[in-house]
Design a protein around this ligand. Structure first.
Ligand code: CA
Ligand code: CA
Length: 165
């Protein structure tokens, strides 16, 4: 993965833009999703989302926080996360599954997932630009049935880091 893409992916995780990834970034993402779908943090879906955010952060820290200071710097991200991703993108993506599942539930998922408009709103709430969100949703819905399932989201997350654009 080239420098620009790594910077891009890092920025995606560094939701508050302070130059490192930590637990707060995952909470910022969870709050943005709850706000987008007018869901309270205290309801079951809100609590599941924060639990997913915490698990996602713990997974990321376990892979990439080499010095254990509860922050993932860009250098740690490059050496830890990116290398792990290249070796095993599916396993890396599993750290995101509880968060993605809970996020889709907040966005109104049924057993088949969410529609493309809800998926687009999720990506925009997480900071994706308009056109990027549009493209990503089209790519996620690989079978073209207009629904984005939990597995679509997890696989899309793995692809986002591994497939050259
Ligand atoms: Ca941050
Ligand atoms: Ca660190």
């Amino acid at each position: 993965m080239d420098e620009r893409r790594i910077a891009d992916r890092f920025a995606g995780f560094d939701q508050d833009g302070n130059g490192y990834i930590d637990r707060e970034d995952f909470y910022v993402a969870a709050k943005a999703l709850l706000a987008e779908f007018s869901t309270t943090a205290r309801c079951d879906k809100g609590q599941a989302l924060f639990a997913g955010a915490e698990a996602f952060w713990q997974g990321m820290a376990g892979i990439a926080d080499v010095d254990g200071d509860q922050r993932v710097t860009r250098g740690e991200f490059v050496t830890g996360a990116v290398k792990r991703l290249r070796d095993s993108p599916e396993r890396f993506a599993e750290i995101a599954r509880p968060f993605l599942r809970a996020g889709l539930a907040v966005a109104g998922a049924d057993e088949t997932g969410v529609g493309s408009e809800a998926a687009r709103r999720v990506l925009k709430a997480l900071g994706a630009a308009d056109d990027a969100a549009q493209e990503a949703v089209a790519a996620l819905d690989a079978d073209g049935d207009g629904r984005i399932s939990e597995d679509d989201a997890v696989q899309g997350f793995a692809r986002y880091f591994t497939v050259p654009e």
